[in-house]
Design a protein around this ligand. Structure first.
Ligand SMILES: [Fe+2]
Ligand SMILES: [Fe+2]
Length: 294
């Protein structure tokens, strides 16, 4: 059922969407050459930055590593958005198409359609493999896409969107980063701000309605989503691009104090928000601790 504040927010978001929606096919010069000597993420955000492995890499190798890391984040982004689109379309199916809230869900799906095309083109342009979560995460992704609803759906969406958003916001303003990556990041950040607002408000509304007492299962699923984002934001296969064994690279990244600080920094806003709603705790807490996001 439509509630007044829900309709008010959705009406505003539809308005902003009409004013600021970008078509990456038009806005981005996909034929431009990559700039020589520039990184693909700020170097300090590389998973290996500051480690002995990083110190042993040449400058071109460090650039190559950030190239694959940027592609890996985009690959996770596509995977995540594909799940999100399914969740939104399923929720929409049950809604009244005359409600602004329902119309905004479709508008957000349209945003994510363009984003996933944009990320796909960027991965192709970077000449990198499509790094996406495999194994158990692939199975869990299909299960979540087919079944998730309510608080766990919106909280998982927020973790993915807000962590990615913090990294992209910074990269979009960094002159050491490739113009292509900066532009992709900028377009994404502008449109994601609406998605974050939509998910945050809807989540808070649902928690007010449900109370946190019945949310133990949700806490566990939310913790698992946090674990995925924290551990798979960058796929360990990226290390092959610079001749480092994936298992060795993964261990070094997990132990790297610089990268651990980056993850906490990127997650701090969403962690504060979810914690304020009582969603970080219960059976999900061990997974949060292992995610590196706390
Ligand atoms: Fe997106
Ligand atoms: Fe989004």
């Amino acid at each position: 059922m439509a509630t007044p504040d829900r309709e008010l927010t959705a009406t505003r978001l539809l308005h902003t969407s009409a004013e600021r929606t970008y078509d990456p096919a038009v806005e981005i010069d996909w034929d431009a050459d990559l700039a020589p000597g520039l990184f693909f993420t700020p170097p300090e955000r590389s998973t290996l930055y500051g480690t002995p492995l990083w110190e042993a890499l040449s400058e071109p190798q460090r650039i190559t590593l950030t190239r694959h890391e940027a592609a890996s984040v985009a690959g996770l982004g596509v995977w995540f958005e594909t799940i999100l689109m399914q969740l939104l379309i399923r929720a929409y199916y049950r809604q009244d198409p005359t409600d602004a809230h329902a119309q905004y869900a479709l508008t957000e799906i349209a945003d994510e359609c363009r984003h996933s095309v944009m990320f796909g083109r960027m991965i192709d342009r970077l000449g990198c493999p499509n790094y996406r979560p495999g194994g158990i995460n692939d199975v869990l992704g299909r299960w979540v896409a087919a079944t998730a609803s309510g608080p766990r759906m919106y909280a998982a969406i927020l973790i993915g969107e807000e962590v990615l958003d913090t990294f992209q916001r910074e990269a979009s303003a960094d002159e050491r980063v490739q113009p292509l990556v900066r532009m992709v990041s900028r377009l994404h950040v502008v449109e994601e701000a609406r998605h974050v607002r939509y998910a945050r408000e809807e989540l808070a509304r649902q928690i007010r309605a449900a109370g946190t007492a019945r949310l133990r299962f949700d806490q566990m699923i939310i913790g698992r989503a946090a674990y995925l984002v924290g551990t798979r934001l960058v796929h360990h296969d990226v290390y092959r691009s610079v001749g480092i064994d994936p298992a060795v690279g993964r261990r070094a990244a997990r132990a790297n104090p610089h990268y651990r600080a980056s993850l906490r920094w990127a997650a701090r806003r969403v962690v504060a928000y979810l914690d304020g709603l009582g969603l970080i705790g219960g059976p999900g807490l061990p997974l949060w601790r292992r995610s590196g996001l706390l």
